[in-house]
Design a protein around this ligand. Structure first.
Ligand code: PEP
Length: 252
C-alpha cells in the first residue's frame, strides 16, 4: 500500500521568525507516523529549518539541472543536499508560468536531483483554458511523457497533479475529476515504468485545506497532498496531516 505523503510548499514565504512553525509541524508529524510529511521551504531557510525539524524532511522548491557552473543565482542539487534538504519540487506550475520552465526542464532537474540523492516531487497540471477546452487529460499525459526521469521509481519519485487554476484560488476540481486525472496518470506511469508505477505516489495539489483534505485524500489513487497556502502555519497544516492519517486508517 502506498503511504500518504503530505508535503508543504512555502513558496516565497518564510523568515527565520517563522521557524517555530517547522517545529510545530515536526511534532504533529511525529504524532502520526503512519503518514509521511515534508516541508519545502525557501533556499535561505533550508539549513535553519533542518536544525529545527528533527525527523521531518525538509525540501527545496527548485534546483538547477547542472552540477555547477556559471549560473548566477541558481542552486545545484549537491548544494541542496549539503544544506540538509532531502527532497525538491520540480516543474511547479508557478515556475512554468513565471520562469517559462518546460517539461524538458523538469526532466533535467529531476535527473540532477536524483544524481545528488534527493527525492523528487514532479508536478504536472493544466491551465484553466486547457481545462475549459477539455484538454486536461492530454496535457498531463504529455507533461509526464516529457518530464518523467529515467529510472523513475517509488524510492525517489512522487508525482503531483496540480491544476494551475486551482492553485491559490480556493477552487478545486470535483472529486470525480480528481479521480479521473489520477487514474490517467497511474495508467501513463504503468505504460512508462511498468510495475514500478504501482508504488509511485500521486499527490493532489491546489487549494487543499483542513476542510476538504479528508474527502480528497479518500479518492482512489490520491496518495497525498501538495499544499501551498495552508502549509504556512501549523494551525492550518496539521489538520491536513490529521486528515491524511484518517484517510490512511480508512483504507486499512
Ligand atoms: C502549491 O503551491 O503547490 C499549491 C497547491 O498551492 P495552494 O495549496 O495554495 O493552492
Amino acid at each position: 500500500m502506498r503511504r500518504k505523503l503530505v508535503a508543504g510548499n512555502w513558496k516565497m514565504h518564510g523568515l527565520r521568525s517563522q521557524l517555530s512553525e517547522v517545529e510545530a509541524v515536526a511534532q504533529a508529524a511525529a504524532a502520526h507516523p503512519e503518514v509521511d510529511v515534508a516541508l519545502c521551504v525557501p533556499f535561505t531557510l533550508i539549513a535553519a529549518a533542518v536544525d529545527r525539524a528533527g525527523a521531518l524532511p525538509i525540501g527545496a522548491q527548485d534546483v538547477h539541472e547542472n552540477e555547477r557552473g556559471a549560473h548566477t543565482g541558481c542552486v545545484s542539487a549537491e548544494m541542496l543536499h549539503e544544506a540538509g534538504a532531502t527532497l525538491v519540487i520540480v516543474g511547479h506550475s508557478e515556475r512554468r508560468a513565471d520562469q517559462n520552465e518546460t517539461s524538458h526542464d523538469a526532466w533535467a532537474k529531476a535527473a540532477a536531483a536524483r544524481r545528488a540523492g534527493l527525492q523528487v516531487i514532479l508536478c504536472c497540471g493544466e491551465t484553466e483554458a486547457e481545462h475549459n477546452a477539455g484538454r486536461a487529460e492530454r496535457i498531463v499525459q504529455s507533461q509526464i511523457e516529457k518530464s518523467l526521469p529515467d529510472g523513475a521509481s517509488p524510492e525517489w519519485l512522487t508525482v503531483a497533479y496540480e491544476p494551475r487554476w486551482a492553485i491559490g484560488t480556493g477552487r478545486t476540481p470535483s472529486l470525480d475529476q480528481i479521480e479521473s486525472i489520477h487514474a490517467i496518470l497511474r495508467a501513463k506511469l504503468r505504460m512508462m515504468v511498468g510495475d514500478a508505477a504501482e508504488g509511485i505516489r500521486i499527490l493532489y495539489g491546489g487549494s487543499v485545506t483542513g476542510d476538504n483534505a479528508e474527502a480528497i485524500l479518500a479518492v482512489d489513487n490520491v496518495d497525498g497532498a501538495l499544499v501551498g497556502g495552508a502549509s504556512l502555519t501549523a494551525q492550518k497544516f496539521v489538520p491536513i496531516i490529521e486528515a491524511a492519517a484518517r484517510a490512511s486508517a480508512a483504507k486499512g
